[in-house]
Design a protein around this ligand. Structure first.
Ligand SMILES: Nc1ncnc2c1ncn2[C@@H]1O[C@H](COP(=O)(O)OP(=O)(O)O)[C@@H](O)[C@H]1O
Ligand SMILES: Nc1ccn([C@@H]2O[C@H](COP(=O)(O)OP(=O)(O)O)[C@@H](O)[C@H]2O)c(=O)n1
Ligand SMILES: [Mg+2]
Length: 220
């Protein structure tokens, strides 16, 4: 399953694991890990489009929010803290989120990841870089008007404790103050691929597909 951008050879899982901890000590033939960060405000359509990308391009979708919600459900010792932060629209300390992401990456057996909803602030960004040494291939940014995002979240019906108007307002504020600067940071490095996410799902995916075409899983 090679692509244009990763000269992939199959290596044992053990090598992959050490690579995650020490990705800068790569050697010829080592497995390259491709990470795309998928960012955008709450309700901009990150999860929806990631599901489409997975179908077409062979990536594994890791939603930081989904991993945190699963951690609450699992009854972990951090569960109550995570639940309280999500209810308030606050960003969970990166130490917790990065561990969940690393575990999910390891367990997937894949080498191409869409990391959805992460990094959401500077602390997330710097810690991920420090711990994993992974630089994202690019950042997919779903740009969507706030009133449209609000409408979508209120219609989402996933039973989420943070999908109420009071928490939604807090999440928008956190997005503007903490997450947009991360997008700006990557923009200054020329890594942001911005998508007009206010359009219907199929139209957004047309634009997404263009960006991902070099990563087609079908390319020999
Ligand atoms: N382009 C779109 N147009 C209309 N509704 C959308 C669009 N993309 C996603 N949705 C819907 O909006 C809600 C939020 O989408 P979701 O993918 O969960 O966003 P995010 O992960 O960014 O919060 C879902 O109910 C989804 O079905
Ligand atoms: N990197 C992250 C991602 C999510 N979260 C928490 O999880 C909540 C929901 O995130 P999400 O990505 O599932 O939300 P949406 O943007 O998909 O609506 C956020 O509001 C944060 O409280 C976090 O703390 N750190
Ligand atoms: Mg989501």
């Amino acid at each position: 399953m090679g692509t244009m951008l990763d000269a992939t050879v199959d290596v044992p899982v053990a090598v992959e694991t050490s690579k995650l901890q020490d990705a800068d000590e790569s050697f010829p033939g080592d497995k390259k890990i491709t990470v795309v960060f998928v960012l955008g405000g709450p309700g901009s359509g990150k999860g929806t489009q990631c599901a489409n990308i997975v179908q077409h391009f062979g990536f594994t979708h890791l939603s930081a929010g989904d991993l945190l919600r699963a951690e609450i459900k699992s009854g972990s010792e951090n569960g109550t803290m995570i639940q309280n932060m999500i209810k308030e629209g606050k960003i969970v300390p990166s130490e917790v989120t990065i561990k969940l992401l690393q575990r999910a990456m390891r367990e997937s057996g894949n080498d191409k990841f869409l990391i959805d909803g992460f990094p959401r602030n500077e602390e997330n960004r710097a810690a991920f870089e420090e711990v994993t040494k992974i630089e994202p291939e690019f950042v997919l940014f779903f740009d969507c008007p706030e009133e449209e995002m609000q409408r979508r979240i209120l219609g989402r019906n996933q039973g989420r404790e943070d999908d109420n108007i009071e928490t939604i307002r807090k999440r928008f504020k956190v997005f503007m103050e903490s997450s947009l600067p991360v997008i700006e940071y990557y923009n200054s490095k020329g890594k942001v691929r911005k998508i007009d996410a206010g359009k219907p799902i199929e139209e957004v995916f047309e634009d997404v597909k263009e960006i991902f075409s070099p990563y087609s899983a079908q390319v020999a």
